[in-house]
Design a protein around this ligand. Structure first.
Ligand SMILES: O=C1O[C@H](COP(=O)(O)O)[C@@H](O)[C@H](O)[C@H]1O
Length: 223
């Protein structure tokens, strides 16, 4: 794991967006297509605001979330909503969007079809992840009902229910996330930095972020 520290989060978001765009651009020089998975939650919006304007051949890029909350897209808790509002706009509107949500009652009902489409673009070219102060990443939560499957299973998507998550979730598995050619984790604030430091001496069951740390670059700004 490499840790990159920035003077402030505004600068971090812009520089990180440039780095992600650069990695996609480079991949598109050697391949017809590229793929990127990005987090939801409260952190990545400003990255999306820059990344969506990147001068890239977006038509050849597949974009997906690392995880989704099983709520309708109109819900303020929907990660898809964030993605549509702030990433899949401007130049990035031309990208191919691979959904992590379907209009079914449970994630279990929707997952088989969603996973089939994602399988076409693996391994991911670039994966950007967030992390919660409870050391969850994507929607791989400590104490989740299918934690072991998400951490060690040879699967693409896993439905998740966890004490720390107010609604059912669907998440890319640790094998898909850590199989990405390039991996980045973005965190802001002292609390998340302390959580990251603590995670490094814990097991993936205790701190799921550990499952994706090896070979990843962590980007951190204090505020
Ligand atoms: O619930 C989620 O949490 C994590 C972290 O979110 P943040 O609001 O603390 O940045 C996020 O990475 C994940 O995609 C999201 O579904």
């Amino acid at each position: 794991m490499e840790l990159v520290t920035y003077p402030d989060s505004e600068m971090m978001m812009i520089e990180l967006a440039q780095r992600l765009a650069g990695e996609l651009r480079q991949a598109l020089q050697g391949s017809d297509t590229a793929s990127i998975a990005v987090p939801g939650g409260t952190t990545p919006g400003p990255i999306f605001d820059s990344l969506c304007a990147a001068d890239l051949d977006w038509e050849r890029v597949s974009v997906m979330l690392t995880d989704e909350r099983w709520v309708p897209e109109e819900s303020p808790r929907s990660n898809t909503r964030l993605l549509r509002q702030r990433l899949l706009v401007n130049n990035a509107a031309a990208a191919r969007y691979l959904p992590l949500h379907a209009p079914t009652e449970t994630p279990e009902d929707g997952i088989p079809q969603l996973a089939e489409t994602i399988a076409e673009v693996l391994p991911l070219t670039v994966c950007l992840l967030g992390m919660g102060t409870d050391m969850h990443t994507a929607s791989i939560f400590p104490g989740a009902d299918r934690l072991e499957e998400a951490l060690t299973g040879d699967v693409i998507l896993v439905p998740m229910r966890a004490p720390g998550a107010p609604e059912p979730r669907v998440t890319l598995s640790a094998s898909v996330l850590s199989g990405a050619i390039s991996r980045h984790i973005v965190i802001v604030g002292p609390e998340k930095r302390e959580a990251l430091d603590r995670a490094r001496s814990l097991t993936p069951e205790e701190a799921p972020v550990v499952a994706v740390l090896k070979g990843a670059t962590v980007h951190w700004a204090e505020s």
